[in-house]
Design a binder for this molecule. Structure first.
Ligand code: GAL
Ligand code: ZN
Length: 681
């Protein structure tokens, strides 16, 4: 377990450095990340590599027991490189090259840039690869962040044309599969294909706002750009692996940018790393990004390379509020509870200069430690106590499935824009399961489904034949599957199926979709859910699929022309059960629906009564159940227990109720776990 900060020794005067190193050593942290923007200092002139300044810091920290994560500095090429080779610059969808002067202004496909990146990475690998004070490497910094993941330069354009040619072989095949006859768009050859001018990138501008390009072409460009960045990252990963046995990763943007398919990008990395900046003032920190992170590499511990450190100024927009006392500590423990084994705050000491001048940090510009520093110190101490539980497993029997093709397709041609956001919706499913008392994993479409009793698949808008088969087998073998509106509407070419929907799955769900529409405030309709003992009223939301078929209607519309139509189905298929949720229902109904199927699946609820804004995270170690409980209610509260539990940190036992301070947390141990496992192996 590693805990620490990002640090920038290249910014410091001798005195500042000495002052900072002293504080770092006294803080109790064990890791510092350095170097990601320091190319001009590592290689001030072409081929003149200098690491002495960094060695000095790595050694001094190392001798005090603090390990270094060394970054490759490729997010910021030095001026000499850019001016010698201006063709390495990033060109956005408007055709504008990013000039030297910001960051992330390079093209990941450019061969010259790849060559320089190779060289600096090789030097870093050779220099730090076996250093005993180093514990890992970070490649670049936030690939694709700040709208830098969809380069349109000439190198990218011709590489994209090649990609299309390799994939489709003949232009006739491509024309046919993407339906280019629509608006008379048939191409004569692959070299006529341009990267689309519209983009899904967060904070990019549309070149031609009302210009509708072919959705197949657009999805292909998303895939191509994502693959290209993975290829670029892997050039560096391969080199680092050649020189070092230390783990190699990069810091993804988690669920914020999403222009890289992290399931693919992490294959050649040793661990999935990402950055996360949640609000910490009376705010419940959404754990969906953590559950997602855990699923990226099949449940392996993940790294949080940058994490909130405080409030104050911010480098864009307005400032950031300060965390409540205790909130930093609480949030770090929460990420640890969810499976992080690296937690690094961004960053140690406030910058006086540069684009991020005056921004929040652990220590202010004057270098005087104040409450955030002391809180970090205390957090380090608690993490040490929790180390004994670091190998506790996750034993969740429920998974929420997400997919990048689906995400991209829904960004390219949205439904109910801006209300329906695919990843937010998947997050909503995850959070409502938690509110109902159940922990879930978050996994990709390629993951192994067989260990889960209950799968929740939000809007599988794109479902290829293989995925349809996978779902069929899952249910046939006894799984319980809940899929929502928009399931299996399009194929992998981002083209609609001409079968009845959900395509290829009518028999599995026992329904066909008869009619569809978005749900706005003006056409919201009532429906009734009938879940065994519980009858609930809800309204529809986001999108509405009207269903028909031999499945049992467990939800029926009760208003408008939809009255009597099936909204939610339940169907037995093989040894399993499927549910098609034709619309979004309110929180209460959703929680009931989840509980209804969890009970059917025989999934045990956490033995802690769920309470809004108190998170419960179940882990198991050596056959003993542990529950982290985290109080986000912004006041002192307590949580009712179904059975007595031991408080691991406070060494006491609670019979019926755990008290929780504002911004507090506890690690509870189930007292009778051992008995339960012997009785029910
Ligand atoms: C991240 C970035 C850091 C820093 C931080 C500021 O996205 O990786 O370098 O800019 O945001 O909030
Ligand atoms: Zn390019």
């Amino acid at each position: 377990m590693q805990y620490g900060v990002a640090y920038y020794p290249e910014h410091k005067t001798r005195e500042e450095l000495q002052q900072d190193l002293k504080l770092l050593k006294e803080s109790g942290i064990n890791t510092v990340r350095m170097g990601e923007f320091a190319w001009c200092k590592m290689e001030p002139k072409p081929g003149d590599y200098r690491f002495d300044w960094l060695d000095e810091v790595v050694t001094e920290l190392g001798e005090a027991g603090i390990k270094s994560i060394i970054c490759t500095p490729t997010a910021c090429p030095p001026a000499w490189l850019v001016y010698a080779h201006p063709e390495v610059l990033y060109v956005d969808n408007r055709g504008e090259a990013r000039p030297f002067g910001g960051r992330r202004f390079y093209c990941y496909n450019n061969p010259v840039y790849r060559e320089y990146s190779r060289k600096i990475t090789e030097e870093i690998g050779r220099h730090f690869g076996r250093n005993p004070f180093v514990s890992g490497f970070q490649i670049d910094n936030e690939p694709a962040q700040e709208a830098s993941g969809r380069c349109h330069c000439p190198a990218c354009k011709s590489k994209f044309q090649k990609y299309m040619e390799v994939k489709y072989k003949t232009i006739e095949e491509y024309n046919k599969r993407s339906g280019n006859i629509f608006w008379g768009q048939d191409y004569n050859s692959f070299d006529q294909i341009n990267p689309p001018v519209n983009t899904i990138e967060v904070s990019a501008e549309q070149t031609l706002p009302v210009y509708f390009e072919n959705p197949t072409l657009r999805l292909e460009f998303e895939r191509f750009a994502s693959d290209s960045q993975i290829e670029y990252q892997n050039i560096q990963a391969d080199i680092l692996h050649q020189y070092s046995d230390y783990p190699v990763t990069t810091n993804g943007t988690g669920l914020a940018t999403n222009s890289i398919d992290y399931y693919k990008s992490t294959k050649n990395l040793d661990v999935y790393g990402f950055d996360f900046y949640p609000g910490l003032r009376d705010a419940a920190v959404d754990s969906f990004p953590y559950a997602f992170a855990r699923g990226v590499k099949d449940g392996k511990a993940f790294w949080v390379m940058e994490f909130m450190s405080g409030g104050g100024h911010r480098f864009c927009g307005s400032g950031r509020v300060q965390p409540n006392p205790g909130a930093l500590k609480q949030a770090v423990i929460q990420s640890y509870a969810h499976g992080a084994d690296m937690m690094l705050h961004f960053q140690f000491r406030t910058f006086p200069f540069g684009a991020e001048q005056l921004n929040y940090a652990i220590v202010d510009m004057d270098g005087i430690p104040r409450r955030r520093y002391y809180e970090m110190q205390e957090t380090a101490r608690i993490l040490n106590q929790l180390k004994a539980y670091e190998h506790a497993e996750f034993v969740n029997e429920i998974a929420v499935c997400v997919d990048y093709d689906v995400h991209w397709a829904l960004r390219i041609k949205p439904v109910n824009d801006p209300d329906f956001n695919y990843l937010d919706y998947a997050g909503r499913m995850y959070n409502l399961l938690e509110d109902a008392g159940y922990n879930a994993d978050v996994i990709g479409y390629d993951a192994d489904f067989s260990g889960y009793k209950f799968l929740v698949i939000p809007s599988a808008f794109i479902a290829d034949r293989r995925f349809q088969e996978k779902l069929r087998r899952y249910v046939d073998n006894g799984g319980i599957l809940l899929s929502t509106f928009l399931t299996s509407a399009k194929n992998e070419d981002n083209v609609g199926y001409t079968d009845s929907l959900p395509a290829g799955l009518n028999d599995v769900f026992g329904v066909t979709v008869e009619e569809v529409e978005p749900v706005f405030e003006t056409n919201r309709t009532k429906l009734k859910l009938n879940l065994g003992n519980a009858v609930l009223e809800s309204s529809d939301g986001m999108w509405s699929d009207l269903l028909e078929g031999n499945a049992k209607a467990i939800g029926t519309y009760t208003q408008d022309y939809k009255t009597g139509a099936m909204a939610v189905s339940e169907h037995t298929y093989g040894k399993g059960t499927s549910c098609y949720l034709g619309t979004d229902v309110d929180d209460e109904s959703m929680m009931h629906l989840f509980a209804y199927f969890c009970e059917k699946a025989g999934i045990e609820k956490n033995p802690v009564c769920p309470k809004k804004k108190v998170e419960v995270i179940h882990r198991r170690q050596d056959g003993v159940d542990y529950y982290y409980v985290i109080n986000f209610t912004a006041k002192n509260t307590s949580l009712l227990l179904e059975e007595p539990m031991e408080d691991v940190l406070n060494h006491c036992t609670y019979q019926q109720e755990v008290p929780l301070d504002r911004n507090g947390f506890a690690l509870l141990k189930r007292i009778d776990s051992q008995l339960r496992f012997t009785a029910n192996p």
